[in-house]
Design a protein around this ligand. Structure first.
Ligand SMILES: [Zn+2]
Length: 102
């Protein structure tokens, strides 16, 4: 396991995991529940993190994240089933798996 990304928000973390999954890279979100503690534990607020299952994927994962940070998320398409935002180059919703029609 290896941390590859620290997201500012939980949706961001899931977006990264979804992008990695599309690239065939297995990853998981950690600190998923930390957001609920905002306000209660401001000092120890922990941001959601994305961890790789396989460290060998790190290089490719960095590529994916670089692409994302270059503005890959500027265009968002809302999933018609679950309402989550997906990058417009997604063909399948990262959250529920339905085909996205833009
Ligand atoms: Zn969906």
């Amino acid at each position: 396991m290896r941390r590859i990304y620290t997201a500012e928000t939980l949706p961001d973390a899931h977006l990264v995991v979804g992008l990695l999954a599309q690239a065939g890279i297995a990853a998981k979100v950690f600190n998923e529940n930390a957001q609920g503690g905002v306000g209660e534990i401001p000092f120890t607020h922990t941001w959601p993190e994305v961890w790789l299952e396989n460290e060998d994927d790190a290089e490719r994962a960095h590529e994916v994240i670089r692409t994302l940070e270059r503005g890959g998320t500027n265009q968002q398409v809302e999933c018609r089933k679950c309402g989550e935002s997906n990058p417009d180059n997604f063909e399948i919703c990262w959250n529920c798996g339905v085909t996205i029609e833009s």
